[in-house]
Design a protein. Structure first.
Length: 377
């Protein structure tokens, strides 16, 4: 039945309702690490460890193989770590830093409960460091909690401004979201970065700031998800996330790029889109995401790179590199020596790393990964 609807409508059995809660809150009880199964080792390994969380504090590293849990062995043990589960909160602002004497940079990875407060703290900290202008990076941000997107916009817009409205088939589905507080920074120059992976709540943020001419949007056209989902509890501790309405930006436009027929997306042609006006009278259009004020073509990338990034062999090399170096330079200073690069290529060759030379295959794979990620939000 759900296959005939849009891909954002999803049923959650009792075993997966925790996933729905984590999606909106960004909180869960655990050790603070992502885990994946590796057929090569026939075990699960740790991949990304969150800073200052139990796994990292216990001394675990990416690539460590899980051999036993709660003294229940999975295989012969080599090292023992005591890791106490905690309430894990995944940060939304994954990075904030100064990129020039007076320019602050923030990377926002998603919208969960508390995101706007994270952004507020980051801006305050950057101002203390001398920031007088800001870059807000929403690239690959799939969205999340709408209220947090509205509060984030409120940091830059005055009280009482409409940020987004939702319209559905029933009166109860209709609602207008407005700013309710005085802004933290109503006037500093602001650039918002977007790409095809920017969707939903991140499109509300970039679109509202564009409609009020508060920010310059730069990058690539966003994904175009203007549909509203509502979580409904069902019997037997199950739930469904159901599409109930559409989002409309202050100018009146909807950014939804697709109609769905029997569950399959059909893109709205550009010729059928309509013109709308920003507060300053600039023309913007509906029906296909947020078009940047300044479009930047995506950097060309060798077909090798996506396969390399996704490969188990690169993970293995990074683990080996970390285990043979007492310290690792910061990302801005890290460089491979000629000897290390030669060692890297020999390692990948010895591990039989291969990739498809067809750039079209890589592009299609990337689009499928983007769509699958967006389906979960």
């Amino acid at each position: 039945m759900l296959d005939q609807l849009d891909p954002y409508t999803e049923f959650y059995p009792e075993s997966n309702t925790e996933d729905l809660r984590q999606m909106t809150t960004g909180k869960y009880a655990g050790i603070g690490s992502t885990i994946m199964y590796r057929p090569k080792e026939k075990h699960c390994i740790l991949t990304n460890l969150y800073e200052n969380m139990p796994a990292a504090k216990a001394g675990l590293r990416p690539g460590d193989v899980i051999l036993s849990v709660d003294q229940r062995p999975v295989a012969d043990k080599d090292l023992t770590f005591k890791v106490t589960r905690e309430n894990i909160v995944i940060p939304s602002v994954s990075l904030h830093t100064m990129v020039a004497d007076s320019i602050g940079y923030l990377h926002l990875s998603g919208y969960i409960d508390g995101t706007s407060e994270e952004v507020r703290r980051a801006i305050v900290d950057l101002k203390k460091q001398g920031a007088k202008a800001f870059i807000l990076n929403l690239c690959s941000n799939p969205g999340g909690v709408v209220d947090e997107a509205v509060k984030t916009v409120n940091l830059f817009l005055p009280r009482g401004k409409e940020v987004v409205s939702r319209k559905g088939k029933t009166k109860e589905s209709n609602y207008k979201y407005k700013t309710t507080d005085d802004p933290l920074d109503p006037s500093s120059p602001l650039v918002v970065l977007t790409d095809f992976g920017s969707a939903s709540a991140s499109e509300i943020t970039s679109g509202a700031l564009q409609d009020y001419d508060r920010a310059v949007i730069m990058g690539q056209r966003t994904y175009g998800k203007g549909l509203v989902q509502q979580s409904l509890e069902l019997p037997y501790n199950t739930a469904v996330k159901l599409t109930t309405a559409r989002y409309y930006l202050p100018s009146g436009r909807c950014v939804q790029a697709y109609e769905f027929k029997d569950g399959e997306p059909v893109h709205l042609p550009d010729s059928l889109t309509k013109e709308f006006r920003t507060a300053a009278g600039r023309i913007v259009r509906d029906g296909g995401g947020i078009t940047p004020d300044i479009e930047v073509k995506e950097d060309s990338m060798p077909a090798l790179i996506p396969y390399l990034v996704a490969s188990d062999q690169l993970t293995d090399y990074c683990v080996r590199y970390r285990n043979t170096h007492d310290t690792i330079a910061s990302p801005t200073e890290f460089r491979l020596t000629d000897e290390e690069y030669t060692d890297f290529t020999e390692f990948m060759r010895g591990e039989n790393f291969t990739y498809d030379l067809s750039s079209q295959t890589v592009w299609l794979t990337k689009q499928k990964q983007n769509l699958m990620r967006l389906k979960q939000n």
